[in-house]
Each structure stands twice: as C-alpha cells, then as structure tokens.
Write a protein that binds this ligand. Structure first.
Ligand code: AMP
Ligand code: MG
Length: 408
C-alpha cells in the first residue's frame, strides 16, 4: 500500500483493520476538545470530558443488607435480647445500648456498637417482645461496609467514557447533578445520486427512494451527534462543488454513493480539485469502495451507496471514527463467538459481514446477502464476520456483532 492509501498493485484490497487504523489516526489528530456542561439527565450517548473521581464513600456508612436485627455478635449468649430501637432507611440511629439489639431494615445505617445483622427469618420474637436468634452469628454478617463500592478519591469513570444509563446512574449515586461532556460532533449527511427521490414524492422512471439519508440521520442522532441534513446531491460537478462549499462549520461530511469509481463520481472529482482524496478499495463485503478526504479542510467520508454497504461501513468504520473524534478509546464493537448455523462453501477475497440472527445459539443468515438488500439487516440482529479466504461448515465458530452494539 502506498502512502496515499491507494492499492499498491491493481487488485490488492486494503484490510478492514488497516482502513480503521488510518481513520482513527486522523480522528486522533483532530480530536474535539470543546466541552459543555449538561444536566445528568441529558448526557446519554455523550462522552465524558474529565475523569469522574468520587467525592464520597459509597455506602457512606455501614448499612444493613437485610430486614432483621442489628446487634453485637458477642452479646448473643442464648438469652433473648431486648429491642432497644427501630431503624428505618433514611434515619440516623442512636448508638446501640449494650446487651440489646435494634430492629433494622434494608439500607438503614447500622447503629454504632452493633457488628452484625441477623435476618428476621432467623429471629423469634418472644411473648415479652424480646428476640431469640436461631442461628450462629458472625461479626460483619449482612453489613455492607462503608466504602465497599467506592472510596473518596477513587477514579470511577475515565475521561472518554461514553455515557449511558448505567454511567448516569453511577454518577447520580455520587451526587453529580451535571457533567462536562465533549460538545456534539457536527456531521453533514449527503446522499448522492440522480436516481434518488425522497419518500413522499412520486417515483419517476429509473428512480428509487433515498433510504440512506434517514438511516444515517437517525443513527447519528442516536449517537449524540448534531446532524446537518444536506439532502440529495445530484450527479453534477458544479452543484457538488457548490454544496460541499456550503458545509463549512462541520466536523465531518458523510456522504453515500458516488464512490464506485463510476463515471458519476463527482464527489471524488471535487475532493481532488479542492482538497485531497484517498480512494480505498477495502477487503470488506458489502462495501468495497470507501472515500476519505478533505474538502477545503473539512474531513469527508464517502460510504458506498448500496444500503447494506452503507450500514456495514458506517458501523465498522465511520462510527468508530466519530467516537474517537470525541476521545472514546474502545471504539470497536464487541464481538462474540458463536457456532455457525450455515455452510459457507466458497471462500471470498473480502471479509464478509453477513446479516444474521441467533437461533438456538447458532448464527443463521438471511437468504439474500446482496448489498442492495436492506431488508436483510432489518431481519437480522447482528453481523457474522467471515474472514477473507475462509470457508465454513455449520458448527464452525464465527464472530457475531450484535446490531444493538453499534446502533447507538
Ligand atoms: P453508487 O455508489 O452511487 O454507484 O450507488 C451504488 C448503489 O446504491 C446504486 O444502486 C444506487 O442507486 C444505490 N444508492 C445510492 N445511494 C442511495 C441512497 N441514498 N438510498 C438508496 N440507494 C442508494
Ligand atoms: Mg450514484
């Protein structure tokens, strides 16, 4: 491969991981550092700008893991104990009177002087309301120690963490009402092609509806990006140049179509004229052609236009780029190994991402894997990775990437 990213000799394809490494390198070089402070309820999908360090011990004091009785284990000698106080969650108990026990409920602070909690199922309340215990008591039992989850000064979430409901819950448990997050990535979405018509309009001869636009706009919104919907770009150089020029204040221009090195590759021409362009032929199926370049300094990723190709290349290449722009370290989707529920008799020279479902613990694939068939992905709940130059027999282990992993 030469430095311009073109295949070194005709026919050689760029491995997916090489393309990804290059994209991530570019993302690292133009990392977004501007930040904004948001209320905790609004940070979902965004990326934490600073390390989140605990300012609290969690739990802040020893508390009961059970409904039952708190006492000093050594005070239980077989003689029933008087219940000297009742402690509910949210109350501050008195110190335990020596030789007594305290009625206590889950989450309530353990009174000073008590060193264990016995669950109520192992306690007999006598006619005189004193309590007998039926099992051996061990100091520490059923007490959640102070700081068992977190202590003051501990790193809880590093900068670059993508925030979701769990991280929001964790930040809330530490008392954070607001968090500093990286500002939204601004992405302009362009669909190229004279054949494209928006849903709602009548189809003329040779025309098809634009499916990539809404697919990408919704996906980007889910990812927490600011989407600039730049509409459909006709296959025409003058318009292409003019429309690209309007998209100034964005972090990325994301286009689909017009990258198959066909005659109508006006995006490529415009980039060559007023920026630079790497045309990559990737060892990926669906989705061989991919463009990376700049137009007047603005990064451009051009995905192939076939909807299943758009989906796969966005998931595996553009999405990681956008996450890394915000400083996310782990940008690749989690893969799990599952047995193939199908045969793959003919090895390909590209890594294939088959739209697949898990059934009875095996991956089965949609009957039509054509790159134009988006229905395959709606049917699927993930992508099965078939390495280049490999055949498979049912039962062989394959990697499976859940679509839910990449769709936000
Ligand atoms: P292209 O890369 O422009 O040659 O497009 C490859 C294929 O994808 C052609 O069949 C296009 O009609 C189709 N295609 C391109 N863009 C879209 C789009 N936005 N929605 C649906 N199909 C598209
Ligand atoms: Mg086209």
């Amino acid at each position: 491969m030469n430095p311009a990213g073109k295949p070194g000799k005709s026919g050689s394809l760029m491995p997916v991981e090489v393309a990804l490494a290059r994209l991530l390198e570019m993302a690292d070089a133009s990392r977004i550092v501007e930040r904004e402070r948001l209320p905790l309820a609004r940070v979902e999908g965004r990326v934490l700008a600073d390390d989140l360090v605990s300012t609290l011990d969690l739990p802040p004091w020893p508390n009961s893991a059970m409904d039952g009785y708190a006492l000093r284990a050594a005070d239980w000698t077989g003689e029933p104990l008087v219940v000297s106080q009742k402690v509910f969650a949210g109350q501050a108990p008195d110190a335990l009177m020596p030789g007594t026990c305290a009625r206590i409920f889950t989450g309530a602070p353990v009174p000073a002087g008590a060193d264990c909690v016995e669950m109520q199922e192992n306690a007999d309340v006598q006619a005189d309301e004193r309590v007998r215990f039926t099992e051996t008591l061990t100091p520490g039992q059923n007490i959640r120690a102070q700081g068992q989850e977190t202590t003051v000064g501990e790193l809880i979430l590093p900068a670059g963490t993508r925030l979701g409901p769990i991280e929001q819950g964790l930040a809330a448990s530490l008392g954070c009402a607001e968090l500093d997050v990286i500002r939204k990535v601004r992405v302009a979405v362009l669909s190229t092609g004279d054949e494209l018509v928006e849903p709602g309009q009548a189809l003329g001869p040779g025309q098809i509806y634009n499916s990539n636009r809404v697919l990408l706009c919704s996906w980007l919104q889910r990812m927490g990006c600011e989407v600039i919907d730049a509409g459909i770009l006709p296959d025409d150089l003058v318009t292409t140049r003019a429309r690209l020029g309007e998209l100034k204040d964005v972090d990325l221009i994301l286009s689909t179509g017009g990258v198959s090195v066909g005659e109508a590759d006006f995006l490529g021409i415009a980039l060559r004229e007023e920026g630079e362009l790497s045309l990559w032929k990737l060892a990926i199926k669906p989705g061989k052609p991919l463009t990376f370049g700049h137009f007047r300094g603005v990064p451009v990723i051009g995905l192939p236009g076939n909807p299943a190709s758009t989906l796969v290349t966005f998931a595996l290449l553009a999405r990681p780029y956008l996450l890394r722009l915000q400083g996310v370290k782990q940008v690749e989707p989690l893969k799990v190994q599952v047995p193939a529920g199908f045969d793959w008799p003919i090895a390909g020279n590209r890594r294939e991402y088959l739209r697949a479902r898990l059934e009875n613990g095996r991956a089965i694939i949609y009957k039509n894997q054509s790159s134009g068939v988006l229905r395959s992905a709606a049917w699927a709940d993930g992508l099965v990775e078939v390495p280049e130059h490999r055949t498979l027999t049912a039962g062989d282990s394959v990697y499976f990437i859940a679509l839910s992993e990449v769709l936000s």
